[in-house]
Design a protein around this ligand. Sequence first.
Ligand code: ADP
Ligand code: MG
Length: 616
Amino acid sequence: MPIRALPPLLVNQIAAGEVIERPASVVKELMENAIDAGAGNISITIEQGGKELIRIVDDGSGIPFDELTLALQPHATSKITTSQELDAIATLGFRGEALASIASVSRISILSRTVAQTEAGLVEGEGDQLSQPIPAGGPVGTAVTVRNLFFNTPARRKFLKTDQTETGRIVDMAESVALAHPDIGFTLSVDGRNRWELPPQQSPRNRALQILGTELESELLELQQEERGIQLWGLLGKPNIARSTTKHQRVYLNGRLIADRTIAHAIKEAYRGLIEPTRFPTIVLFLSMDPALVDVNVHPAKSEVRFRNQAIIHGTILHAVRQTLRDADLTPAFDLQQSVTVTPNLAIPPPLPREFSSGMSTEGTSSTNAPAARAFVDYFRQLNPQQKGFVFSEMKAAISDVDPALAELSEEDSAREQLLPSVRSVAEALQVHSSFIVTQDEHGLVIIDQHALHERVMFEKLKQRLDSGTLESQRLLMPAVVEVNQTQLEALDKLRDLLPRLGIELEQIGPTSVAVHAFTTLLFERGVEPDVFIRELLEKSAAQTASPEPEMVLHEVLDMMACKAAIKAGDRMSDEELGELLRYRESIERSSNCPHGRPTTLRLSIQDLEKQFGRR
Ligand code: ADP
Ligand code: MG
């Protein structure tokens, strides 16, 4: 076939393929146009997942009558004129592509009027057919109506999901855009019904809370910081409201919703060890910085950006989020309603002990995975009679090991101690079912998962020691021999640098066997068998497909060590041991969660207790 220039309609449809992926992209582009036009109120109407109708009405500047046709032309924009301006974009739009793209794949009409005009103008388009603007009645502002999206690109239309799914995406998109513009009022109507209404002139905090759900207020931490020319403001969800999708993770740069891997990574790092690896924090984060330091012109939908200096962005966000989390009390409240409603969806746990079941409400419906609820169910699962008993001599060794470190608590640590409401005297702590510690702090009743907390304690201790050198090691009189396969040998290679730091000495003594000559003292003292540990370690690292970052590997190995060394559920503890553990809870970082991110502690507040007993 000879080379030919493509007809304009096809060019636009190809461009539309990048800009207009689905109905939600139309909503985004039209909302952004209304925002750029200085609107004070924007109303969004959709029908049938946006496939049949999307209408966005604003009270912004309007489009002059004689520019109406031009607005629908590709690469026609009022927002930039020179390439210098491209270096510091202050508007959401600038590519002049959206309206032309939408017009090429739908039936569009624009009714618009500026303040200077006494009458509005109406222009209609369908594919490459554009009507001449005609005068029409209408208020100042712009109403864009998009019908039958993708009517002339059937492949695209087929690719769309159900009305319900597309509606869901539109609602998410509209909420995400509205979140960044609390000064503007928004309404959203779905299939003839008012979905929500956001009043104008809200504070950023109130707007965010209205969208995230005001009931989450006590679960959100506010972050505010200015560093190295980057202003940060945000609301960070406590670990217990983490979700299984990234939907509740919203990041904005200069008011624009962006998807940036560097930032996502910094957030993940900051939450590491506080939430389970498969979950994502609820977070709203606004970055403001000099637009000249970032290129927003790298993606047709303008959702990706390129920072001049990625490392500074990463470092600043990591630091700010981590700091905010560290300074907060992250103990989740014991949610009585969710705790009980969770059970029908899980394997049937043993019956609730009477003292727990009485007084708990059995109302509520479908909440399936509230972390607090899961921890509660885990508790009952752990009441496993087969669990190995408590070996006192091992515990003694661990305790004597603990003491010196505790004495070394620095000034900084004692400052931290005041941040976490401290539990009352150990005499008031009670170990129940050899698995949980029940005690109180100034807010109410506190329930601690002994294994989870001890695991965190061991983890932080190992990490601290590793930071100041290598872990103490003990030579084995008789090397322990582990049989391995080829992939495990390769995995061993990846661990080669790390193992000596952990006090572990391995040697390959045959094609499929490895000898352990020295082993971490602390693990030894806690009764962990060298060969069992090494086998499990190699199995785990061999199972890893992608080669993870060294930091991740270290975290996982320490995790494993901490888990093995920690007191198990079912281990009885003496008063001294209990005391040690409780003191550690207040002195170490991230004691609210075990290294896997599960909570170590739940709190039942006095107010909730009073409510449950009908005192209020
Ligand atoms: P861009 O937003 O990148 O400039 P668009 O295709 O989205 O490109 O819009 C083209 C032009 O139409 C805009 O530059 C603007 O001048 C005008 N326009 C579009 N929507 C509106 C609106 N709601 N109010 C006022 N002007 C608008
Ligand atoms: Mg635009």
